[in-house]
Design a protein around this ligand. Structure first.
Ligand code: CUA
Length: 313
């Protein structure tokens, strides 16, 4: 299931699935059309100039050379570029204003995404669940360097700058899984700083919220298992957070719901049992340079730890 979703997630600015992305795609086509018209006109004039040289054709042109340059080289490009500028300014102002139904706070880290639902007290990583047809206000922050939040099918891209709070409106007009990507070069693993936006129909989104709360209620029974003892012995809690346990660090991603995630390593690999065990055993082999060291534990302990984490849904 996870692997299929991982492989089939949509990512294209020309395949819009929201009113905002539709407006951007339309503007792109207007730009491609407008600039193509300018290009074709300039090329025709260039060929005319080359062809007419020495043939006395220019004297037959009914308008003067200067007027020709003024209208072809100044007026026409100014009108085209000016119209496209006004169109894009109007678009950017509507894309960021208006009332919203849900708040999600996303913080960019090297190289993963911390995702909080402040109104629902839920914290996950590298994926955003949103309800279809509702406007979601996404607060964009950065922990270390500049990152950029981009889900091409759903919205334009917006930079995440340390010390600054940016905002973006996300809205999906159809259910689906959309892939997002960091769009600002942020270091070695910039390419493996991806995420997913999962747009669910209203009731399914409510079910998703309920399932997260149920998963939190399950944690007290999970910490009695051997896997949690391995988790503590391997010092996972010195970087990671798991709700209602002694693991309260916020250096790495919050693992409270890690078992329900689609991917590991911020979109690097599908979150399957084997991949999770492989990630814990040697994360540097999968995503070199990431800040997680390898765990030196026995295969039996690795199995128990993997089971524990997969049960954190
Ligand atoms: Cu974060 Cu590129």
């Amino acid at each position: 299931m996870n692997r299929d979703v991982f492989d089939s997630a949509r990512i294209s600015a020309l395949d819009p699935a929201s009113p905002g992305a539709r407006a951007i795609a339309d503007l792109s086509w207007w730009m491609i059309g407008g600039f193509s018209a300018v290009f074709v006109l300039v090329m025709l004039l260039t060929f005319f100039a080359i062809y007419s040289k020495g043939r006395g054709l220019r004297q037959q042109v009914p308008w003067g050379n200067h007027r020709f340059i003024f209208f072809g080289g100044v007026v026409f490009p100014s009108v085209v570029v000016g119209a496209l500028l006004l169109l894009s300014l109007a678009l950017t102002s509507t894309a960021r204003s208006g009332p919203t139904d849900l708040l999600i706070r996303v913080t960019g880290h090297m190289w993963w995404w911390d995702v909080e639902y402040p109104e629902h007290d839920i914290r996950i990583a590298n994926e955003l669940y949103i309800p279809v047809g509702r406007r979601v206000r996404v607060e964009l922050l950065a922990k270390d360097v500049i990152h950029s939040f981009w889900v091409p099918n759903l919205a334009g891209k917006m930079d995440m700058i340390p010390g600054l709070r940016n905002e973006l409106i996300l809205e999906a007009s159809e259910a689906g899984v959309f892939r997002g990507q960091c769009a600002e070069l942020c270091g070695l693993q910039h390419a493996k700083m991806a995420f997913f936006v999962i747009a669910l129909d209203g009731q399914e989104f409510e079910d998703w919220l309920r399932a997260r709360r149920a998963a939190i209620d399950k944690i007290p029974s999970l910490v009695l298992q051997k896997g949690f003892e391995v988790f503590e012995r391997a010092h996972c809690g010195e970087c990671h957070f798991v709700r209602d346990t002694g693991a309260q660090a916020k250096i790495g991603p919050d693992l409270t719901h890690v078992g329900s995630r689609l991917s590991l390593g911020a979109g690097s690999i599908p979150n399957t049992e084997g991949n999770l065990a492989g990630w814990i055993a040697n994360p540097q082999a999968i995503k070199p340079g990431n800040h997680m060291p390898r765990a030196f534990i026995s295969p039996e302990d690795l199995h128990e730890l993997t089971q524990f984490l997969r049960n954190l849904e």
